[in-house]
Write a protein that binds this ligand. Structure first.
Ligand code: UDP
Length: 346
């Protein structure tokens, strides 16, 4: 099983879930934003998804039969400043991967997509559930690239007999209960880790981005999904029977929205400490609500979340952040240095 971006947050949790289900993950990662200590399950190949030769070599050397494609740039704000990078890595990289998969006879793909493909659907209230049948009108270059990838994958499915599932993630959060892996972004921009860092005193006071949204308490509603549930959705997407040429886009969320203030309260409950905070302006591009209609995941994949109560998510995240996570201090950049890579693994 090829896992591009498997040294990243969701990729590492999925590699663990795959290994537990008897798959042999082979992580292919550039380590530009991933963490080598997160690669604990299966083999590791250091490479860039825009390098077709490296992909073909890895696929041949490891006898790859299926692939999960996580590797991408993810920060919405940065995508506004540097759309060139996002189109190159996310869209160019996916095109390169698709060609390599086709040429090597790999015909099953699960793709890491995003609720960002929906943008801000007109006429819906913040808490309304978003279903896969809604029009897709992204509001950021990041969302544009995820939608472009979905369309490219669908076209490759029709033309070349690939079958694929695009999982549209809502808000991934939490950490594996083992404490071995968890969320570590650099820079961190996500609410729950920032609120935890603020409460622990390891980060700045949290800025609440707007309290004038059309929601019950004025802060944005988001659908937080535990990363281990998200990982399980990938395994379910691999296991579902699909005919050659089929492409399916599926939401991965809980169907329940939580406000920013409710998430902060959950962090305060978990840590028994206040979250120091200030009220700030709205963040550009933040829709008031993003809540999944999760029914298609249930019917198509037979998947539903089991660990995604907000309190469970926050408790697992808080445990990970309170321990010394592998984080920035041990982030490594090992361009081309394979000896060091193997000696540092695990
Ligand atoms: N948020 C916030 N302060 C922060 C980071 C996030 O108020 O420092 C809010 C953000 O406006 C959004 C929610 O928390 O409504 C979740 O944001 P996050 O960046 O975690 O995920 P996103 O929904 O953007 O994918």
């Amino acid at each position: 099983m090829l896992v591009t971006g498997g040294a990243g947050y969701i990729g590492a949790h999925t590699a663990k879930a795959l290994a537990e289900q008897g798959y042999r993950p082979v992580v292919f990662d550039s380590l530009r934003s991933g963490f080598l200590p997160a690669v604990r399950w299966g083999d590791f190949v250091h490479g860039d998804i825009r390098d077709g030769r490296a992909l073909r070599e890895a696929i041949a050397a490891h006898g790859i039969r299926e692939a999960i494609h996580f590797a991408s740039l993810i920060e919405v704000g940065r995508s506004v400043e540097r759309p060139d990078l996002f189109w190159d890595v996310n869209v160019g990289g996916t095109a390169c991967l698709l060609d390599a998969l086709r040429d090597c006879g790999v015909n099953r793909l699960v793709f890491s997509s995003s609720a960002a493909v929906y943008g801000q659907p007109e006429g819906l209230a913040a808490a309304d559930l978003l279903s896969e049948t809604l029009p897709t009108v992204p509001t950021s270059p990041y969302g544009d690239t995820k939608l472009a990838c979905e369309r490219m994958i669908a076209a490759y499915c029709r033309a070349f007999g690939l079958s694929a599932v695009a999982l549209r993630y809502f808000n991934a959060a939490g950490a594996d209960p083992s404490g071995l892996i968890g969320e570590a972004h650099d820079p961190e921009t996500h609410l729950i880790p920032l609120a935890i860092a603020a409460a622990l005193g390891t980060g700045k006071p949290l800025t609440v981005f707007g309290q004038d949204f059309p929601t019950p308490d004025g802060s944005c509603l988001r659908d937080y999904i535990h990363v281990t549930d998200l990982a399980a959705a990938h395994v379910a997407a691999l296991d579902v029977e699909l005919p050659a040429g089929a492409f399916e886009a599926v939401n991965v969320g809980t169907g329940r929205g939580w406000s920013v203030l409710e998430a902060i309260e959950a962090v305060e409950r978990a840590l028994c400490r206040p979250v120091p905070r200030t009220l700030g302006a709205r963040r550009a591009g933040d829709p008031p609500g993003l809540v999944a209609d999760p029914s298609r995941a249930r019917t198509l994949l037979g998947w539903s979340p089991v660990r995604s109560s907000l309190d469970q998510i926050v408790q697992d995240a808080a445990r990970w952040h309170a321990d010394q996570r592998y984080g920035r201090s041990v982030k490594v950049n090992l361009e081309g240095n394979k000896e060091t890579i193997s000696s540092l693994r695990g």
